[in-house]
Design a protein around this ligand. Structure first.
Ligand code: AR6
Length: 166
């Protein structure tokens, strides 16, 4: 079973084998964490992503990390659900994002993976519910990944993830 930890910071600065991007289905970049990752990885990321699009919600695909600093070698792009009130399958789609990303990390041989709080920004998922799903899903995942780092961008996300982990 993987070790799960929560940190606060910018995911583009994490020293892991793979970082997960909260993308949109075009895989060509956007705002939020997607924008930050594309800025750090350089323009080849949009080219590589676009070639693999469209990526439906709940799915994930990988590209190289291009200009991101070592040791990051891979970006795993996943598309979270847009929050529509909770009865449109959002919870299972969000869990699928975490699960599929770890499956892809396994195929890449990645031993450490960092996740942002998928769907909790522009896509509007309630952060407390999303934190519980993130923790429960990565904790119960059958994976060879040894370290899973849940990266909170702000203090309130950090507190919610820490509470969910406790
Ligand atoms: N490092 C870690 N977390 C971050 C960073 C960062 N550098 N920047 C923002 N966050 P969002 P979504 C947090 O909106 O809700 C994009 O335009 C942020 O505080 O990035 O899945 C895509 O192209 C929040 O907690 O992703 C899609 O169109 C979390 O990352 C859409 O937004 C997710 O917020 C996806 O929306």
């Amino acid at each position: 079973m993987a070790r799960v930890e929560v940190v606060q910071g910018d995911i583009t600065r994490e020293d892991v084998d793979a970082i997960v991007n909260a993308a949109n289905s075009s895989l060509r970049g956007g705002g939020g964490v997607d924008g930050a990752i594309h800025r750090a990885a350089g323009p080849r990321l949009a080219e590589a992503g676009g070639a693999l699009a469209p990526c439906p919600p709940g799915s994930a695909v990988a590209t190289p990390a291009f200009d991101l600093d070592p040791p990051v070698k891979h970006v795993i792009h996943t598309v979270g659900p847009v929050w529509r009130g909770g009865s449109a399958g959002e919870a299972s789609l969000l869990a699928s994002c975490y699960r599929r990303s770890l499956e892809i990390a396994d195929t890449l041989g990645a031993r450490s993976v960092a996740f942002p709080a998928i769907s909790t920004g522009v896509y509007g998922y309630p952060p407390d519910q999303a934190a519980r799903i993130a923790v429960d899903t990565v904790r119960s995942a059958d994976t060879r990944v040894e370290l899973i780092r849940l990266v909170a961008y702000d203090r309130s996300a950090y507190d919610l993830l820490t509470a969910a982990l406790a």
